[in-house]
Design a protein around this ligand. Structure first.
Ligand SMILES: Cc1cc2nc3c(=O)[nH]c(=O)nc-3n(C[C@H](O)[C@H](O)[C@H](O)COP(=O)(O)OP(=O)(O)OC[C@H]3O[C@@H](n4cnc5c(N)ncnc54)[C@H](O)[C@@H]3O)c2cc1C
Length: 322
């Protein structure tokens, strides 16, 4: 079966519809710099090449995972026994005029990076992307995690998105109303769907104000978060004080994961090569030759200590790939 899949990949690469590698070092693409090797690492160039690759993996019984910029995932140290399919080269993005409303809208394929999207929005005086400007995510990944910062979330201006359903070999258009988004969570991938593209209908605003907001956000990020360091961003979500941690004492209630971890005295705590950032305690960083196991062990320790000291249950934002 692996032979058939290899054959498919060879032919597709020869036709120029994708590029692939075997025995690929995943730590080279993971933003935390960890993980073993994948049997196959594939970068399709088009949406149809992506769906064909997934279809072929399915037919050949090859385990696979579609990823974006790998900025929110940890790969296993022992490697991935299958195909990692990266959407990063599928990156057409354009501004259309909606024929009914006359309003500008943005069409973006799954591999478009959020900084590119927000710059295009700025150029067109479109509002709602300024907070997303420094998030190192693709549109596909951002839709899965409902990425956001500084008051903007990717789902705020989203009107529809197209997915591929591998089990039914079918593409489908979805709306946020039917597949709701919430804080760092979404139902976009329900039924094992793969995000192919998205359509955004933002409002217009003054370009100078949008640029100012983008600059302020970038400055805030630089001042408060570790920069140029390997990490997956905030490792934990802001605690849920409505349903999970509602009986927590007022001393801690409402605080972010970073603030809680700092109060617990965990800044700088290190296990192996993974540490709690001294600049922002919500970030677990690769301070040396960290492994995924170091990150997971550190995260477990942080969760345990936080729970013992505050009663708060922290939930991971970062996704572990199996
Ligand atoms: C320095 C740094 C700063 C960060 N700051 C922020 C921030 O301010 N706000 C924030 O929300 N996040 C932040 N993050 C986290 C991260 O960027 C987001 O979670 C982002 O949405 C992940 O996008 P990605 O393209 O890297 O997805 P990946 O990490 O590659 O994948 C995330 C998940 O989505 C799935 N996936 C990816 N693409 C597709 C697709 N096309 N179809 C189906 N499934 C798919 C993957 O299988 C995985 O389960 C930060 C990360 C770093 C490293």
């Amino acid at each position: 079966m692996e032979k058939n899949f290899s054959l498919f990949l060879k032919e597709a690469q020869n036709k120029g519809s994708l590029k692939y590698f075997t025995n690929f070092d995943l730590s080279s693409v993971c933003s935390a710099g960890t993980g073993g090797s994948a049997v196959f690492f594939i970068t399709p160039y088009t949406v149809s090449s992506l769906t064909e690759t997934v279809k072929s993996a399915n037919c050949c019984g090859i385990k696979y995972r579609v990823i974006g910029n790998a900025s929110n995932i940890l790969f296993p140290d022992q490697g991935f026994d299958g195909a990692i399919i990266s959407s990063k080269k599928i990156n057409t993005v354009r501004v259309n005029i909606n024929s009914e409303t006359g309003k500008k809208e943005i069409y973006a394929e799954c591999g478009v990076m959020l900084p590119v999207l927000s710059k295009l929005a700025l150029k067109n005086s479109l509002y709602g992307f300024a907070g997303l400007t420094s998030i190192p995510a693709t549109v596909g990944g951002a839709l899965i995690t409902n990425a956001g910062a500084f008051g903007d979330e990717i789902s705020d201006t989203l009107t529809s998105f197209t997915v591929y359903l591998p089990e039914r070999d079918k593409t489908e258009e979805r709306t946020p109303a039917s597949y709701p988004f919430s804080y760092r969570n979404s139902n976009a991938a329900e039924g094992g769907a793969i995000i192919l593209s998205a359509l955004f209908s933002p409002n217009t605003a003054n370009m100078v104000e949008i640029r100012e907001k983008m600059l302020q956000n970038t400055e805030k990020r630089k001042a408060t978060q570790p920069f140029g360091v390997k990490s997956v961003g905030s490792f934990f979500k802001k605690p849920d004080y409505i349903t999970v941690n509602k009986n927590v004492s007022s001393e801690f209630y409402g605080k972010s994961a970073g603030e809680i971890i700092e109060i617990c005295g965990l800044k700088g705590k290190t296990i192996g090569g993974a540490s709690v950032s001294k600049k922002h305690a919500g970030f677990l960083i690769n301070s040396g030759n960290a492994t995924t196991s170091d990150f997971l062990l550190l995260a477990e320790n942080v969760k345990r200590i936080v729970f013992e000291k505050t009663g708060i249950i922290l939930i991971e934002e970062c996704i572990k790939i199996n």
